[in-house]
Design a protein around this ligand. Structure first.
Ligand code: ZN
Length: 182
């Protein structure tokens, strides 16, 4: 099973804010999407590891479909997890705050508060039904990536003031980078 994920795959361009695809609600993966998803998963992992990041959602590579990849220890013994149609079925009332960033908002970070524990139901890459209970970094990562499937970004969990500050700073930094690259 690891075999598929170990395949050498080419990474894909990552969409950046304010690309409208990042704000769209993604559709459930259905039987007719299976080939698309199986074809994209190795490339999603490659893109995530190359970035480098610990999670990537399909909308970030321009696919409005509900699947994500995560690996919270990409530099050690890799633990790739592909989650198709992931759904949070339980969340703790306990909250946890950690610093988050996003490959679609490069260089931007903020402290985000979310439920400390979540239970997620999903299909794995073979189509088998699975559940995962997560805490710590994995819980935050899963919630962050599943948010992407509903067009929600980590900055949406901040006050409008903080959010706009980050979005303005990102726009300015991307503009400067474009000017430098010219
Ligand atoms: Zn993200």
């Amino acid at each position: 099973m690891r075999g598929m994920l170990d395949t050498i795959a080419e990474s894909l361009p990552i969409l950046l804010v304010p690309d409208p695809t990042l704000r769209a609600k993604s559709l459930p993966v259905g039987p007719r999407d299976t080939d698309t998803v199986r074809g994209l998963l190795p490339r999603m992992f490659a893109t995530m590891y190359d970035a480098p990041g610990i999670g990537l959602a399909a909308p970030q590579i321009g696919q409005k479909l509900r699947f994500i990849v995560v690996d919270i220890q990409p530099n050690e013994t890799r633990q790739p997890i592909a989650l198709i149609n992931p759904e949070i079925i339980a969340r703790s009332s306990d909250l946890a705050t950690r610093e988050e960033g996003c490959l679609s908002l490069p260089g931007q970070f903020a402290e985000i508060t979310r439920p400390a524990l979540v239970k997620v139901r999903y299909l794995d890459e073979t189509g088998a039904r699975r559940e995962i209970e997560a805490n710590g970094l994995l819980a935050a990562c899963l919630q962050h990536e599943i948010d992407h499937l509903d067009g929600v970004l980590f900055v949406d969990h901040l006050s409008a003031l903080k959010r706009n500050m980050i979005l303005r700073r990102l726009a300015k930094e991307l503009r400067q980078k474009r000017d430098e690259d010219r």
